[in-house]
Design a protein around this ligand. Structure first.
Ligand code: PGA
Length: 254
C-alpha cells in the first residue's frame, strides 16, 4: 500500500536561487518522519539544484513534462532517461495546461506514460473536465475517455492519477469535498476494473486551488489519496501546512 502523496507543481516559477532557498527551508520545516510522501516538481532548469539539495531528505523530485522517446532528433524536448539520471522519481503527464495550451492529446499522454514507465519514472496522469463539460453533464464521459485512451496498453500500475477539474485550477474555486469524493470513487472503480488488485497501488490525487483552508476536508474524503498543489506550493510555509494536514486528516486510503 502506498502512502498518500502531496505534490507541489511549481509550473514556470522559481529560478535556481529561489529553488535552493525554498528547499532548504522546506527541509527545516518538514522534520522526519514525514506525515505523507512529498514530491516537488520544479522547472527543468532547477532540477539539478533541487536534486542535490533533496538527496537523503526523504522528499522526492519530479518533472512537469517529458518526451515520449528516449533519445533522438527532438529539438527542445527532454528524455525520460535524462530525468531519471537527475534523480527524478515522478513525472506529471497531461496537465490541463499542456492539453489546452500546447495541444497535448490523450494519444500523446499515452506515449509519454509508456516512455516514462520504461525509463523507471512513475507518471502522474492528470485528467479533468472543463466548466462547460461539467455543466453539460459530460464529466464522467470526459474522464472515461482520458483514462481509456491515456492508459491504453499500460499494464504496470506504477503510476498515479490526478483529478484536476479544469474549472478549479488557479481559479480559487475548489471542488467541494463531496464533488471530489464522487469523482475519486468513480476513478477508483474504473482503475479496479482495468488493473484488478494492482489498482490498490494507484493513488488518485486531487488538484485545483488546494489551500491550507481546504486541504483537510479534501483528504478526509475516501478515495482522495493525496493532493497536487499548484499556486499554494510556491510559498514554503503554506505548502508545509498543507503537507502537515496529513498528520491529523489522514484519508482512509483505499
Ligand atoms: P492550483 O494548480 O493549485 O494553482 O489550482 C493546480 C495544478 O495546476 O496542478
Amino acid at each position: 500500500m502506498n502512502q498518500p502523496l502531496v505534490a507541489g507543481n511549481w509550473k514556470m516559477h522559481k529560478n535556481i536561487r529561489e529553488t535552493r532557498e525554498f528547499l532548504h527551508s522546506l527541509i527545516k520545516l518538514l522534520r522526519p518522519p514525514l506525515p505523507c510522501e512529498v514530491a516537488i516538481f520544479p522547472p527543468f532548469t532547477s532540477l539539478p539544484a533541487a536534486a542535490e539539495i533533496l538527496t537523503d531528505s526523504g522528499i522526492a523530485l519530479g518533472a512537469q513534462n517529458v518526451h515520449w522517446e528516449p533519445t533522438g532528433a527532438f529539438t527542445g524536448e527532454i528524455s525520460p532517461l535524462f530525468l531519471v539520471e537527475l534523480g527524478c522519481r515522478y513525472c506529471i503527464i497531461g496537465h490541463s495546461e499542456r492539453r489546452l495550451l500546447f495541444g497535448e492529446t490523450d494519444e500523446i499522454c499515452n506515449r509519454k506514460i509508456k516512455a516514462a514507465q520504461s525509463a523507471g519514472l512513475r507518471p502522474i496522469l492528470c485528467c479533468g473536465e472543463t466548466l462547460e463539460e461539467r455543466n453539460a453533464h459530460q464529466t464522467i464521459e470526459i474522464l472515461r475517455r482520458q483514462l481509456e485512451k491515456g492508459l491504453k496498453g499500460i499494464t504496470s500500475a506504477d503510476l498515479d492519477i490526478a483529478y484536476e477539474p479544469v474549472w478549479a485550477i488557479g481559479t480559487g474555486h475548489t471542488a467541494t469535498p463531496d464533488q471530489a469524493a464522487e469523482i475519486h470513487n468513480w476513478i477508483h472503480l474504473w482503475l479496479r476494473s482495468r488493473f484488478d488488485d494492482a489498482a490498490d497501488h494507484i493513488r488518485v490525487l486531487y488538484g485545483g486551488s488546494v489551500k491550507p483552508e481546504n486541504a483537510m476536508a479534501l483528504i478526509r474524503q475516501t478515495g482522495v489519496d493525496g493532493l497536487l498543489v499548484g499556486g499554494a506550493s510556491l510559498d514554503v510555509n503554506t505548502f508545509s501546512i498543507i503537507v502537515n494536514s496529513f498528520k491529523e486528516g489522514q484519508s482512509v486510503f483505499s
